[in-house]
Write a protein that binds this ligand. Structure first.
Ligand code: ADP
Ligand code: MG
Length: 253
């Protein structure tokens, strides 16, 4: 079975700052893959590399069996053109800590935007799907609200619906609940749990250890640009092997 994401010795630097120092990991299709680690350890950078927002400097990164950012011919690599990158990015949904909705569009217009603008779908088709998706995230009655008329948790659920509207094969979540008031976190996690149950492949950067334990299939602890420890979430969380993992978990659990 082809891995949905495969990283082999992935390195990323910004100028002299070496951020990812040889990441190896594999995410299977339908897996909920949780990524934890201290601030600055390179989690967001890694997600951004998967989503073609950053180009890696060394190693190999594959999504669904295809190299990210390059095409291989023989043993030579050629950088993809912007138009080719744009096509590949359609298959990946990303949800950020800050919801980044278009403020001048209603919830349903936000969800319809990419299928209409990027895929050239008709508004009727996009609207029908957007209605279904808003229902699915529990916001069927908020379709006509503008982002400013929604709570942070509701905005984040619109952002998830918006990402799903492109029918991605992989969803990346970068601390999707970190900016939310505590009482709003549960609704967002419930939506993510539903997606997991439906078989979506998800990489989730999170500090929600309860979610990682209950929903995660795999957990990686990253520190200073390397994978320190990985395994089943229950094992890593209850019986961490490395001092760095133990020290991190003692602060967040
Ligand atoms: P995390 O998500 O684990 O908190 P990040 O991937 O956001 O970590 O950042 C890791 C390191 O990379 C940080 O020191 C950050 O300052 C640096 N970094 C991230 N993006 C850039 C960039 N575009 N230019 C320079 N440094 C960056
Ligand atoms: Mg981050």
């Amino acid at each position: 079975m082809t891995a949905m994401v495969k990283a082999e010795g992935v390195h990323k630097s910004f100028g002299a700052a070496h951020i990812l120092k040889g990441i190896d990991l594999e995410v299977a299709p339908r897996e909920v893959f949780c990524l934890i680690g201290p601030s600055g350890s390179g989690k967001s950078t890694f997600l951004r590399c998967i989503n073609h927002l950053e180009q890696i400097n060394a190693g190999r990164l594959y999504v669904d069996g295809q190299l990210v950012g390059y095409r291989q011919k023989g043993d030579k690599l050629y950088e993809l053109k912007d138009s080719e990158v744009a096509l590949k990015r359609r298959d990946i949904g990303m949800v950020f800590q800050r919801f980044n909705l278009f403020p001048h569009m209603t919830a349903i217009e936000n969800v319809m935007e990419a299928p209409v603008q990027v895929k050239g779908e008709t508004k009727a088709v996009a609207r029908a799907r957007a209605e279904r998706l808003l229902d699915r995230v529990g916001l069927g009655d908020k379709a006509k609200n503008y982002p400013s008329q929604l709570s942070g948790g509701q905005q984040q659920r619109v952002a998830i619906a918006r990402a799903l509207a492109m029918e991605p094969k992989l969803m990346l979540f970068d601390e999707p609940t970190s900016a939310l008031d505590p009482e709003l976190v549960g609704d967002v996690l419930d939506v993510m749990r539903g997606l997991a149950e439906d078989g979506m492949t998800m990489i989730v950067v999170t500090h929600e250890m309860g979610f990682a334990r209950e929903v995660g299939d795999a957990l990686v602890f990253m520190d200073d640009g390397v994978v320190v420890e990985s395994g089943h979430p229950r094992d890593v969380l209850t019986n961490p092997q490395h001092d760095r993992t133990k020290s991190f978990l003692s602060k967040v659990l």
